[in-house]
Design a protein around this ligand. Structure first.
Ligand code: FEO
Length: 392
């Protein structure tokens, strides 16, 4: 992709990674991603904001061929998808100085072995004039590491936000053209890497709303020229209260747990509760993470494997525990052949979830009438709990 002008003196650089399907060897990228960098040229100095994943270094370096001088490299986040090409930039521009938060400086030295003397720490609120272009650095921690910051360009009212507001979405469009598509991609990204830190992100949102922002330029996905859309979405995601919804991740080996899940989901729907059902054998784990953003209740469905839960269910419970969603209630349903400790093992896996455990329903073999009645009671209890919280 060629470099593209945003406003006079502000240019998009970077790489669209259409084919990448996995991030951190963990996170599915069904729609690819992009690594956005930005060049800000003042009358006296030039700054490069973030770089690209080192796999795509050649693209950024070719876009910079006609740029003779870079004075500053603003490293808003030390993760390698944004910082990984900094060493090559410093080699090409020996006079360039990297600017980062003090925590970011330490990480850049540790992760990329950038010489300490090439990195300068900046303070929260510190201002850098490039000559007619004034950059203000705003600490915005935990979007997505503790060292992250955003950068506000005063004259053009642009907020460069790195992962914050970003979306894993490969597109040829410089700006958001399909809000629905971007909403899902941005929610996926928030769910997978930022959800545990939402209390701090709430403060970051208050902080950036003090600025008049015309454009939000993240380091993944398209640029927001109507930024209210994504700011309002974040405000919804980080609210303290969940919605009237239940997430049901499950595995079934011989059909018993599947029959229980189908019955429970139907009963919940009949009680006016929104349900998101995921067969963990085939699901995109990012979709599960998205559903967890709003869910009030988690019901895990598992068969019994060597006395414990199925390993894929254990994996999903581990993920839910790590993401610390807003869940208020949890339960377990499933089956066993001769004995099971699945309930105790799953309950022991989710200490981070401050949930009330509702009576589990485990059946021996294929569910009988009494098991279906127990599922009816569980569905009615979940619906009643949600009503008590004012969610329904
Ligand atoms: Fe896009 Fe946390 O890096």
């Amino acid at each position: 992709m060629r470099k593209r002008t945003i406003t006079n003196g502000v240019v998009w650089l970077g790489a669209v990674d259409w084919d990448r399907r996995l991030f951190d060897s963990l996170i599915p990228l069904p729609d690819g991603t992009s690594y956005n960098a930005y060049l800000v040229e003042g009358s006296e100095k030039t700054a490069l904001i973030d770089t690209v994943d080192p796999e795509m270094a050649g693209m950024l370096l070719s876009q910079l061929e006609s740029v003779e001088t870079i004075d500053y490299v603003i490293a808003q986040h030390a993760e390698q998808d944004h910082s990984g090409t900094i060493p090559q930039i410093l080699e090409r521009y020996p006079q360039a100085q990297v600017l980062a938060t003090p925590k970011g400086k330490a990480m850049l030295v540790d992760l990329l072995r950038i010489p300490e003397e090439r990195v300068t720490g900046v303070a929260d609120g510190e201002v850098l004039s490039l000559g007619g272009k004034t950059l203000e650095f705003l600490y915005t921690p935990w979007v997505h590491w503790p060292e992250t910051m955003s950068t506000y360009l005063r004259e053009d009212r642009i907020l460069f936000s790195c992962d914050f507001f970003g979306s894993h979405l490969a597109t040829s469009d410089l700006y958001v053209t399909d809000q629905g598509l971007v909403y899902e991609a941005a929610k996926r990204y928030y769910a997978e890497i930022m959800m545990p830190f939402r209390a701090i992100i709430r403060k970051n949102l208050v902080k950036i709303k003090a600025y008049e922002i015309g454009i939000i330029a993240p380091s993944h996905g398209p640029i927001y020229d109507k930024p209210a859309f994504i700011v309002e979405a974040y405000e919804d995601w980080v609210t303290a209260e969940p919605k009237n919804s239940v997430v049901v991740p499950y595995i079934s080996m011989h059909g018993s747990t599947r029959a229980m899940v189908a019955y429970l989901v139907s009963a919940l729907a009949a009680n006016g509760v929104t349900v998101h059902q995921f067969d963990l054998a085939v699901t995109d784990i990012g979709k599960l993470a998205i559903a967890l953003v709003d869910a009030a209740t988690l019901v895990v469905g598992t068969p019994t494997v060597h006395v414990g839960p199925h390993p894929l269910v254990a994996n999903a419970a581990y993920l839910a525990n790590a993401l610390r969603p807003k869940l208020k209630f949890a339960s377990i349903i499933g089956s066993y052949g001769w004995s099971s400790k699945a309930i105790e093992r799953i309950a022991g896996q989710i200490p981070n979830l401050k949930v009330e455990i509702l009576d589990p329903v485990m059946c021996k073999g294929y569910p009988r009438a009494a098991d279906f009645e127990a599922l009816d009671r569980l569905a009615a209890e979940i619906a009643a709990k949600h009503r008590e919280l004012g969610l329904a």
